[in-house]
Design a protein around this ligand. Sequence first.
Ligand code: MLT
Length: 396
Amino acid sequence: MTLTVYPYECDAYGHLNEAAYLLLFERARWETIARGPGMHFFRKQGVWPAVRHATIDYKLPAFPGDVVDIHTDLVKLGNTSMELRQRMERPSDNTVLAEAHLVFVMIDNTGNPTAVPDEIQSLFGSRVSTRSGEVVRYDVGEVTLGVDIRGDGPALLFIHGFPLDRTIWKHQVSTLSGWRRIAPDLRGLGTSDVAKNYSMAAYADDMVRLLDRLRVQKAVVAGLSMGGYIAFEMVRRYKDRISGLILCDTKAEADSPEGKRGREEMIKLVESKGTAAIADQMISKVLGKTTLQINAPLVQQVREMMTKASPEGIAGALRAMRDREDSTPLLKTIDVPTLVVVGSEDELTPPPVAKAMASAIPGASMTTIPTAGHISPLESSTAVSRVFSEFLESLG
Ligand code: MLT
């Protein structure tokens, strides 16, 4: 929203008055509503937004006659509350003048909290994350998830692996235009809340509640490794929400008794020595030998991703994977277009495992990505994005 600073909004020294910054932010919000559904929008819905909390950072002065751009982004959407971030910029000298953060509670005419109207999402642009890699926070019931959302079109949900976060998909999320790309951090990982409960069912519930919040009926679901286990849980319980599957560096089998013992050891490790010890143990397993040899920045990036995960989230994910069901019997029941992708150097779910899985899924196709390990979308990002794009195009 572009607004002009009026002389009467300025103080005796000729600067925009501090309270007037807040008024300009408010004017920008109302202008958005006035130019959209109209000023009576809230009254017609029988709700009113009450500001519960406001913070503002003043960065630079504005002066009479300045033309300012005000960007308003929905950064968190709860059942009865929402959070907006607003930024005032002066395009003439490319500066940021102020930033504000506001928490609103929707109240009805008795003063009690009530549901946020649906249209808020489209009004304040939550369909698209504000800047590359930034997250919008969505309350999905038990937890709030940080989600990177870009573009418009049919929905494509990206579910990351363990102990990683949404950024493993950053190339696909940036490039697969024509799709509404939705990349959440799983509970306990990345920017999402740490939760009490962890299970494949809880992760799948989070994904479906997120789709509900975004009003997405069906999505193509891409899952990497543990994300694949979650995609299988969605096939088991929410089949009607899936229009296609991309199974990346994953497998259908449950943990073997030895695998379960390995999970126990890792739980003890993260609880006693922290996330850096997990990163030390996992880094050479998850990345392919080529990446380890030639791509030191990516090795560092993945190490940091693992180290900054929460210990509770890591232990929770290990318990959820230890206890997951065998999804092999599900494979023959999958009746949506399916692509299996695997890195040629993936040692955790190697190409023969991917091949067996692909051949058990009716009509599935499979692609092996040369010189990539277990995180192929990050290790060979361009090749994986191209393979995804061809598959998505084939869906029509
Ligand atoms: C993952 O990448 O999500 C993990 O390797 C999965 C697992 O440990 O089974």
